[in-house]
Design a protein. Structure first.
Length: 202
């Protein structure tokens, strides 16, 4: 029997291979077969995450804000200070200084709270909102009560230390002024003596 002739436009398609007929459902078949295991692993992972979050150490942060007024050893500068921004970068360095951390740690220890000066320095964070004279002194702890007390102590320690530095600065300025006054008095006395000598010789 003679086979019918094929027209020139007729193209014989090759038989599809096994790889070409693989569908998405076939790829997912192993997952469907083990869906209980996959579900169990997912649930266990979520449960472990929740347990770790609940069991992990909690951290509390308390912040005390303080408005800083400029202080100057020169009274005339203090009067003019209202027209310019205070040097808040210096205030930040004072509040974050080792001296403030050491005193804060000592005061916390007096309250029965065990903390080293190094740990206190790590727990204390000081920020200054842009274009403001406000310092935010924060203290971090796993105990909210300790965080609150630490923030208050760090702030009061900073203010006390700042006051001491300003007092020392004023004392230095006062000593310099007294020295200048003494020099002027000596010159005035010298001038008066010369005038007396001139009057006596005339």
């Amino acid at each position: 029997m003679t086979e019918p002739a094929l027209s020139p436009d007729h193209v014989v398609e090759p038989a599809p291979s096994l790889d070409q007929t693989t569908t998405v459902s076939q790829y997912l078949a192993p997952l469907r077969d083990h869906r209980k295991v996959v579900l169990l692993v997912t649930l266990v992972t979520l449960a472990l995450g929740v347990l770790l979050a609940l069991a992990g150490p909690k951290s509390y942060t308390s912040t005390t804000s303080v408005l800083i007024y400029p202080v100057s050893a020169d009274p005339t500068e203090a009067l003019q200070a209202t027209d310019r921004s205070d040097d808040m970068a210096t205030e930040l360095r004072i509040a974050e200084s080792r001296a403030v951390a050491e005193v804060t740690a000592a005061e916390l220890q007096d309250l029965g709270i065990e903390v080293t000066a190094r740990a206190a320095a790590t727990n204390i964070t000081v920020t200054n909102p842009e274009d403001s004279r406000i310092l935010n002194v924060s203290y971090q702890s796993s105990d909210p009560a300790v965080a609150r007390v630490g923030s208050e102590l760090a702030t009061s320690t900073y203010l006390a230390y700042r006051s001491e530095l300003n007092a020392a600065s004023r004392q230095v300025a006062r000593s310099a002024i007294n020295d200048e006054i003494a020099v002027l008095q000596d010159r005035l006395t010298d001038v008066e003596n010369r005038l007396e000598q001139t009057a006596a010789g005339s």
